[in-house]
Design a protein around this ligand. Structure first.
Ligand SMILES: [Zn+2]
Length: 304
């Protein structure tokens, strides 16, 4: 017998529906929990930008750290503020902890640069920091929702939101004041430190960074490749960047900075919502989630 074209179409439709049901069941049964959502991350990004420029010591900066703490607590994390002053200004890191086991630290900065000192037109204004400040924070906030017991049963995860990264070279301030303070007060040596910054560029290109651990970068960029992201995660060295990973690199912890440093609007008044995309946030979030949920990784083979 021969099936008519209409019967064939029905059979194909049924077969496709069955495949879909199996896929949905498989996803539902995975104890990895919820998947990272770029759209949710974008909501966190928009909220931060809605507070306005968020330089150290500003009201908007304080509202941002309050917001970060609220989201983390809502997602079931133990949250603490790490507060101190520098140059007469209050500084407040937000640190969230969950799980037991070797420590993995993921960090980002939430403050924004007080002046757009690379702006071609007006260098007197503060930057809005849709990418530089809000993007890394948005990714780690959404990650705080999706990190599952599969991860926290194996590791102690710390999510660190640093204040005072981006006042460097202004009024004799260094960069990474918040991260330096946290690194100096860490009581446990982290197995790995991953810092994300400026990851939201709609024209995303993330290269190896010279101050980061090569072993760790190879591992992360390989994960990106297996996810089909090789167009955006390019395993070649490009920039050397001074950022919040440096205080941890100096202390000998395996550390990596995930940054897209080819961003035309860096430290300009044009670092706005139009320059960033949910897809870019999603790729970085999925890579981090896959890394944490994957097989234990020896970031320092010599010490094993
Ligand atoms: Zn910056």
């Amino acid at each position: 017998m021969r099936r008519s074209p209409i019967q064939l179409t029905i059979w194909r439709g049924l077969a496709a529906s069955l495949v879909l049901v199996f896929v949905l069941l498989a996803v539902g049964c995975d104890d990895g929990g919820a998947a990272f959502s770029g759209r949710q991350a974008m909501n966190h990004l928009r909220t931060q930008v809605g507070f306005g420029p968020r330089p150290v010591g500003s009201e908007a900066n304080r509202r941002t750290s309050d917001y970060i703490a609220q989201v983390l607590e809502r997602n079931g994390w133990q949250v603490e503020f790490q507060e101190f002053t520098q140059g007469g200004l209050p500084i407040r890191n937000v640190i969230a902890t969950k799980g037991t086991g070797p420590l993995i630290l993921l960090g980002t900065h939430f403050d924004t640069r007080p002046v757009a000192d690379r702006d071609p037109v007006d260098r007197s204004q503060p930057i809005l920091g849709a990418n530089d400040g809000a993007s890394g924070t948005a990714v780690l906030l959404e990650l705080s929702r999706v990190i599952s017991p599969k991860v926290t049963d194996r590791y102690q995860i710390m999510l660190a939101f640093f204040d005072a990264e981006d006042r460097g070279n202004l009024n004799d301030w260094p960069f990474s004041v918040g991260a330096e303070y946290m690194a100096a007060h860490l009581e446990i040596a982290p197995r790995m430190v991953i810092v994300v910054d400026m990851v939201g560029d709609a024209q995303q290109e993330i290269y190896y960074e010279w101050n980061s651990s090569l072993v760790l970068m190879e591992h992360i960029w390989h994960i990106a490749d297996t996810l089909g992201y090789s167009q955006w995660f390019i395993p070649r060295y490009n920039h050397a960047v001074i950022d919040d990973h440096i205080p941890f690199v100096r202390r000998g912890y395996p550390s990596v900075l995930i940054i897209d440093f080819d961003y035309t609007y860096w430290h300009t008044t044009q670092d706005t919502l139009e320059r960033v995309s949910a897809d870019s946030l999603q790729r970085v979030g999925i890579v981090l989630q896959t890394l944490l949920e994957g097989e234990p990784f020896a970031s320092n083979p010599a010490a094993q």
